[in-house]
Design a protein around this ligand. Structure first.
Ligand code: ATP
Length: 291
């Protein structure tokens, strides 16, 4: 095999809680992760000269060791002493720096693809063990589906598949600094309201979308929304247009809405387009491993 094309799927958080701050500064989390059918296209081509290079449609992204795709390819190629190289072409659609694990899912796809191209025969678990060296979200991006993530996000427990529904994803034209969000959270940590993650797990098991939406919560909204009120405006627009629930993903600024009727989701998409509040807008669906 000389070339492979893969879909690197984005994630949203149905629930996100921060339960503590470790001595090394990392945050202990409890998050419900969900893969959605919004993806980057990652094409990996084997080269004979031993170089590891990449190209991408987004000119502002790094194409050197700072890109998680290059990190992922190097990790396997160096570990296995492979003499050949790869060229990675990244067609980016997932909003960047937006709480959707875009870089992590690209890295996961590269690990998967390099494993296949060079016939390394690494199991999914073996790839996940290596992925965590690149980033805490990478093991989840290899696993995909519905999962509870604990620790710093790398301790994963699979959950039953999330209820199928339409998912509207909206990213405003602002950038959020993840570091600033977590620093602000640290400053008010004793006073934040923690979402009911166990209640959400029960809702997933009961396949009850209404109840799930009533329990959805992201502790980081409490600090991100005051910094960027447009996030609350986008949530309101989704709810006004028939979303069953709407929430910010990760540290933001991306907002998603769940709809039990695709016509309402389309109407909400039109309303958001007309509002001028969003820069990237996608109507997609829940991705489940177990179909
Ligand atoms: P998370 O949900 O894990 O917080 P994110 O959506 O906030 O992730 P990414 O889209 O992964 O963030 O990108 C964050 C930064 O990582 C970007 O500013 C970018 O420069 C860098 N980066 C490195 N590799 C990639 C990649 N393959 N795709 C996107 N960004 C990348």
């Amino acid at each position: 095999m000389d070339s492979i094309s893969l879909k690197a799927l984005a994630k949203i958080n149905i629930g996100l809680d921060v339960t503590g701050i470790r001595e090394d500064g990392y945050h202990e989390v409890r998050m419900i992760m969900q893969t959605v059918n919004l993806f980057d296209k990652v094409t990996i081509t084997r080269t004979t000269d031993g170089s590891i290079t990449m190209s991408t449609n987004l000119k502002f992204l790094p194409v050197n060791d700072d890109n998680l795709c290059i990190k992922a390819a190097k990790l396997l190629i160096e570990e296995f002493g492979i003499k050949e190289g790869v060229h990675i072409d990244l067609e980016k659609h997932i909003p960047v720096a937006a709480g959707m694990a875009g870089g992590s899912t690209d890295a996961a796809a590269v690990l998967f693809g390099v494993n296949k191209i060079f016939n390394l025969k690494l199991s999914k678990t073996a790839l996940m063990e290596r992925g965590v060296k690149i980033g805490a979200d990478v093991p989840y991006c290899i696993m995909r589906g519905t999962a509870l993530a604990e620790g710093i996000g790398e301790v994963l427990s699979p959950l039953p598949p999330m209820i199928k529904c339409s998912v509207l994803i909206a990213k405003p034209g602002i950038s959020v600094s993840t570091k600033q969000v977590y620093d602000s959270l640290d400053a008010c940590f004793d006073n934040v309201t923690h979402p009911d993650i166990d209640g959400l797990i029960d809702d997933i098991k009961a396949e009850d979308l209404q109840s799930l939406c009533s329990h959805m919560g992201n502790v980081l909204e409490e600090v991100t929304i005051p910094l960027h009120p447009v996030i609350a405006d986008i949530k309101k627009c989704m709810m006004d247009n028939g979303a069953v629930g709407s929430m910010m993903s990760g540290s933001g600024p991306t907002v998603f809405g769940f709809f039990d009727d695709n016509r309402k989701a389309k109407a909400a998409k039109e309303a958001l387009t007309a509002s001028g509040m969003v820069k990237q807008l996608y109507l997609t669906t829940i991705f489940n491993n177990k179909i």
